[in-house]
Design a protein around this ligand. Structure first.
Ligand code: GUN
Ligand code: FE
Length: 426
């Protein structure tokens, strides 16, 4: 017997970049967690199913965060007047050391997951610290919560404090252990290969991780071209490679449709071509990029070149986990790029950014981030009644208002893969 139900209300989703699909007072039919269709008038064959009527509320896809660092959660808001390398050394590495302590990890990760739940992030891609046990704990806690995630143990074997410097072989063995234990353990929570970035990994480590990723068919996430000093350092470490991206590619870490690179602010034309050829996803993290004075990523250009883009909070270089905040900053930095380019670099619209926050990042998870037929039903129910000072707003305007002036109190229900997810009771 199939589990079939309907969800009724004002439906808004983005099936393609820049396009909104809107249906007032419509019904989404969900069969075994998958969207079967969106209807204005319910077909007669569905007359006996149970329909939850959310009345005048908005129904939108859940938000996707393509890039964040779980162990940096306690550091949110601290040290943001530094650039990448000094920030890593002064604030980030000292905090990440603490996750050898499983009790501390548990306390922080429970708080983090509750916060993600509250903010309407239904799926995310997470960097842990180097620690194997805290990575396993994070995988288990996410599974308990009902939210979906890719979670990776960070690998690094150089250019970091000794206490975080892994033995290369041990780093690979621990990564394999996590993959073998968790690859098929949970439906919605999976491991991901996570070399921190080129400067903190020997080529031997990167190659080893590339081999593991391909052997076990595991996705990959890392950082690329975030900061000038970082890129200069990569050139010095790898003078024989064409560019920064070429190092990952030679290590077989650009897996077609299965790799995410955060930032990509300073990528050159060859790197853009390579990202496109390998269908690598870019996680756009404008809040982090502003805080660490990294720059403004050329998102319009990447998208025009056919590259898949999603949004990332990148806490704690970013100071907020709330994806509508990431949408707003994305819009604002794109306005600045437009100004600085004398209008040649077109601005990103709210509709385009809503796409990136939902289906753009959701694609990394498969059919996720939309209410098209065949998509996993991840949704947020939005009660925006306190925002409607003015009458007669269109549904598109109500979505804009929620994104720009709403907050997590407006989110009254979350669905992931067809199931209501309540606040984690841990
Ligand atoms: N590059 C390498 N590690 C990090 C990190 O933790 N945050 C950011 N923003 N960039 C990085
Ligand atoms: Fe990051």
């Amino acid at each position: 017997m199939k589990n079939i139900y309907g969800i009724k209300g004002n439906i808004i989703f983005s099936p393609s970049f820049g396009k909104l699909e809107i249906l007032s007072n419509g019904t989404i039919i969900v069969e075994d967690g998958i969207v079967n269709g969106v209807y204005k008038e319910l077909p007669i064959k569905y007359k006996d199913i149970s329909v939850t009527d959310y009345k005048n509320k908005l129904i939108i896809p859940g938000f996707i965060d393509l890039h964040l660092h779980a162990p940096q959660f306690p550091n949110m808001g601290i040290g943001l007047d530094k650039e990448l390398m000094p920030w890593l050394n002064k604030y980030t590495f000292p905090e990440e050391e603490k996750y050898s302590d499983i009790k501390y990890s548990e306390k922080i990760y429970k708080l983090l997951i509750k916060e993600l739940w509250k903010l309407g992030t239904t799926r995310c891609c997470i960097f842990n610290s180097i620690h194997k046990e805290s990575t396993k704990l994070l995988l288990d806690l996410f599974n308990k919560s009902g939210l979906a995630a890719y979670i990776g143990k960070v690998n690094m074997d150089r250019e970091c404090p000794d206490i975080l410097k892994e033995d290369t072989n041990n780093s690979l063995l621990e990564t394999i252990e996590i993959i073998e234990e968790y690859k098929n353990k949970y439906a919605l929570v999976k491991p991901i290969i996570t070399p921190r970035f080129v400067p903190s990994c020997s080529f031997q480590l990167l190659e080893g991780l590339g081999n593991i990723a391909n052997k076990y068919d595991i996705p990959v996430q890392s950082h690329l071209c975030e900061n000038l000093d970082e890129i200069t350092f990569v050139k010095k470490l790898h003078p024989n490679f064409k560019n920064y991206a070429d190092v990952y590619d030679n290590a077989k870490l650009f897996r077609t449709n299965k790799s995410i690179m955060a930032h990509c602010i300073l990528v050159n034309e060859d790197e853009i071509k390579l990202l496109k050829n390998k269908n690598v996803f870019v996680a756009h993290c404008p809040i982090s990029n502003l805080n660490l004075s990294s720059g403004i990523a050329p998102i319009r250009q990447l998208i025009n070149n056919g590259i898949q883009v999603g949004l990332g909070s990148d806490i704690s270089a970013g100071h907020t986990l709330y994806i509508p905040d990431v949408i707003k900053y994305s819009a604002q930095v794109s306005n600045l790029r437009w100004l600085n380019s004398n209008g040649t670099d077109e601005k990103l619209t709210t509709n385009e950014l809503f796409y990136l926050a939902t289906k753009g990042g959701g694609k990394f998870f498969g059919n996720v981030g939309s209410f098209e037929k065949g998509y996993e039903f991840d949704a947020l129910i939005i009660d925006d009644s306190d925002l409607l000072i003015k009458n007669n707003l269109t549904l598109e305007e109500r979505l804009q208002k929620f994104i720009y002036i709403g907050n997590s109190n407006n989110i009254i229900e979350r669905y992931v893969a067809g199931k209501i997810v309540n606040e984690p009771n841990f």
